[in-house]
Write a protein of this length. Structure first.
Length: 277
């Protein structure tokens, strides 16, 4: 029997650091996942949104959901990444819909969107699958997590036509785009999530954008196992390292790291309507 969503989400911990986007279900963590979670706890990371990606016809999405059943800190999002849009079909759609409906700790549809840098799926297919998943997320009444790379105009156009009237929020994840994109996304109800990229030496332009994003629209993430922040560049990323992303944003905004932690954790809880302990 499905646990009512309100009950399953009733014990969101007192907020400290929240990693709003991670991929800890992947094989990179199979050898030491328990230790990774413990290091996150030790770093005062009180919640992790684990985002299931991969072939929607494999067990990848189910594996992601299972983690949220095993670890109290972990919530889950499921969706079809633009890299895998060519694999999306009615069966994939039904699986994602079922996982969101039947598992209360699956709190978002994503990550979805457009990636015109790698073009792992044809662009026309990406566009259609992005539209299709936005419509279904609207029906399911869940926020979306959006990936966009080298497709800013197309992303905004689709969000305006398919999402703007939903009155639902979303996350622009691993943000590395323009200030114009950030402002348009915020106008459409999105929060802007920064990853370890904001700590990179050559990321001055992104830091300029981050400084202009209102504090109540900020989130932090690792996108682990990728994009380890300084001082962990070259190592596998993990949720505990989200503290360094917070430290980077604290420096940008002239705040203490604890204040950035409090703000971003509160933003996360509000976005997903998670009652705090």
């Amino acid at each position: 029997m499905k646990t009512p969503r309100s009950l399953a989400l009733a014990n969101f911990p007192a907020p400290m650091f929240v990693d709003s986007h991670a991929h800890i279900d992947g094989p990179q963590f199979d050898a030491d996942r328990d230790q990774v979670i413990q290091r996150a706890r030790d770093a005062e990371v009180t919640a992790i949104l684990n985002v299931g990606t991969g072939d929607p016809h494999s067990e990848a999405l189910e594996r992601a959901v299972q983690l949220s059943e095993e670890y109290k800190e972990v919530y889950t999002a499921v969706g079809t990444h633009p890299h895998d849009a060519r694999l999306y079909d009615d069966l994939a759609e039904e699986k994602i819909r079922r996982l969101i409906t039947n598992h209360a700790r699956v709190i978002a549809w994503g990550e979805i969107g457009l990636d015109f840098h790698y073009d792992n799926s044809p662009r026309d297919v990406q566009l259609e699958v992005f539209r299709r998943q936005l419509r279904l997320a609207r029906e399911a009444k869940v926020p979306v997590i959006v990936h966009t790379r080298e497709a800013e105009d197309e992303t905004v156009d689709i969000l305006k036509s398919e999402w703007a009237e939903s009155n639902l929020p979303g996350i622009m994840h691993c943000f590395s785009g323009s200030l114009e994109l950030a402002r348009k996304a915020i106008g459409l109800g999105f929060l802007i999530s920064f990853s370890g990229i904001v700590t990179f030496k050559k990321a001055d332009d992104l830091r300029t954008v981050a400084k202009k994003v209102p504090l109540d629209k900020l989130l932090i993430e690792t996108d682990c196992p990728f994009l380890s922040p300084i001082p962990f560049r070259g190592k596998r990323n993990e949720p505990a390292f989200v503290v360094e992303v917070a430290r980077g944003l604290a420096g940008i905004h002239g705040l203490e790291v604890e204040e950035i932690a409090r703000i971003t954790s509160s933003n996360f809880a509000k976005l997903f309507k998670l009652p705090t302990a």
